[in-house]
Design a protein around this ligand. Structure first.
Ligand code: SF4
Ligand code: FE
Length: 483
């Protein structure tokens, strides 16, 4: 099978035996759970869009392994055009879902692991790159969704993995067997694990020799024995249990994070991509983070497009669309959003080939991209709230609007301009609420801050990549200073 349809994807997820817990209980039907389903729908969109001829160029690619047509989310970037198309695809998916569509973490893991395993093998004569290519071909042929799991719980941040009071606070190898390894630990804040068929696990920081057991990368099915998930809460999540379409703001799509526990999970030899080569842990982290920082120059921009559109609709419905300050705020939001896009495109256009042949983004520009993402969505959200007005957080419920007695009051007193129904005005307010304060705020706000690494992580990379020595030389040359 080459490309799965969205419906086939949903059916394929039904066959998994995921161990998911939420509100202290095991979720028996993960696919149809009302809290979880919107996040599945976002991943489904990556399949549905790939079926549409108008998006074929962005959503699909030709496999470098088999020459077959594949979903771009499973592609190894062959040139800078591929890197650019990746960002454009993510903007499109953000526009269509107004949520985190989750499938990018796997794509970013594929590309980081691809080049890193090549370099480990070159040095040590291991066979990780072949292991990985075999796994990737399986993923491409089945059109699977794969999670990329990097973030360990990390315990005391001042201590290395091996020095933690509890050795499991970073995921590690606890047993080496003839046929594979056994791993224990956890990965926190896992976006999309719940909607993935497989997971690629990677280390989360650069490591030293004492951390050898922690320098491990591999792939396993998400329902492998010993894996269990505890779903993270989102602001306003239980509104999805009320059966109200308006009050949830975005009734179809969403994102989802979970704590994923690896309780002595067996990994067969041919699924191992790193096992003890600690000096490559940092390389893998840097590349994965770089790709995911590029990603935010696409996905957050697409969601930003929806938020800007929602603010403009709110202005129309409030009757303030001609006010010059409102027009200017929409310009500012657009300027900020397109600046993020510029960064995503720029780090892609400046990409270069790795030793393995796939393309890596310009790491300095990708880190600048993500650093801007830690700020601009907040300002875009602030301006959207400014334009929307207080109603986005004080509006009565859909039940009140539809109540035979109360409805006429809600309808009368929350009406905006003539010709627009109160219901539509409330719908757009709830969408803005969802994106800035509700379930989608995980993806648009706090994930903009901490996803793909917190702001300080980018500043360290910017310091490393900024080449200050070269800039000092330039200044001295112009000032005619000779040392
Ligand atoms: Fe993709 Fe963005 Fe979600 Fe990361 S945050 S998985 S880049 S949509
Ligand atoms: Fe993310």
């Amino acid at each position: 099978m080459a490309l799965m349809t969205g419906d086939q994807y949903v059916e394929s997820m039904r066959k998994l035996n995921l161990q998911v817990y939420m509100f202290g209980k095991k979720v028996e039907n993960v696919v149809d759970d009302p809290i979880l389903r919107p996040s599945l729908n976002s991943v489904k969109a990556t399949y549905d869009l790939a079926q549409q001829p108008e998006y074929e160029d962005l959503m699909t690619a030709t496999s470098s392994l088999t020459g077959e047509k594949i979903n771009r989310f499973a592609h190894i970037h062959q040139n800078t055009q591929d890197l650019i198309k990746k960002v454009k695809m993510q903007r499109l998916c953000g526009q269509k879902t107004a949520a985190c569509f989750q499938r990018c973490v796997g794509m970013d893991a594929f590309n980081a692991v691809y080049s890193t395993t090549y370099e480990i093998d070159e040095k040590y004569g291991t066979c990780y790159h072949d292991n990985f290519k075999k796994f990737l071909q399986y993923v491409q042929e089945k059109d699977l969704t794969v999670d990329g799991a990097m973030t360990d719980p990390k315990g005391d941040r001042s201590l290395a993995p091996h020095a933690q009071a509890d050795p499991d606070l970073y995921l590690r190898v606890v047993e080496k067997r003839e046929d594979g390894i056994v791993v224990r630990g956890a990965k926190a804040h896992q976006t999309g694990f719940i909607n993935s068929h497989e997971v690629i696990v990677m280390p989360t920081i650069a490591m030293g020799e004492d951390d050898k057991d922690y320098a491990v990368s591999f792939a396993v099915p998400t329902d492998a024995k010993g894996i269990l998930l505890i779903v993270g809460r989102q602001s306003c999540d239980t509104r999805k249990l009320e059966g109200s379409e308006i009050d949830v703001g975005n009734s179809e799509f969403g994102g989802m994070e979970a704590l994923v526990i690896f309780d002595d999970v067996f990994v067969p030899n041919d699924r191992i991509f790193m096992n003890g080569e600690y000096e490559y842990a940092g390389v893998l982290v840097e590349r994965f983070a770089g790709y995911h920082r590029q990603s935010y120059g696409g996905c957050k921009v697409g969601v930003g497009d929806v938020l800007i559109g929602a603010a403009a609709v709110a202005a129309d419905y409030n009757g303030v669309q001609r006010a010059s300050h409102v027009k200017d705020k929409l310009i500012e939001m657009t300027h900020l959003n397109e600046t993020l896009y510029c960064c995503g495109i720029a780090c892609s256009a400046e990409g270069t080939p790795t030793k393995s042949g796939n393309y890596l983004i310009d790491l300095l520009l990708a880190n600048v991209c993500k650093q801007n993402v830690t700020r601009f969505p907040y300002e875009i959200a602030r301006l959207a709230e400014d334009i929307a007005g207080g109603l986005m957080v004080t509006a009565p419920s859909e039940k009140d609007l539809k109540d035979p007695f109360l409805g006429k009051y809600v309808d009368k007193y929350f009406k905006g301009v003539n010709g627009v129904s109160t219901e539509n005005r409330l719908r757009i307010m709830r969408l803005i609420e969802n994106l800035t304060l509700g379930t989608a705020a995980v993806g648009y706000r706090t994930e903009s801050m901490h996803g793909a690494g917190s702001p300080q992580a980018q500043r360290i990379m910017i310091a490393r990549q900024g080449n200050l020595a070269m800039k000092k030389k330039l200044a001295k040359a112009i000032a005619k200073i000779e040392d």
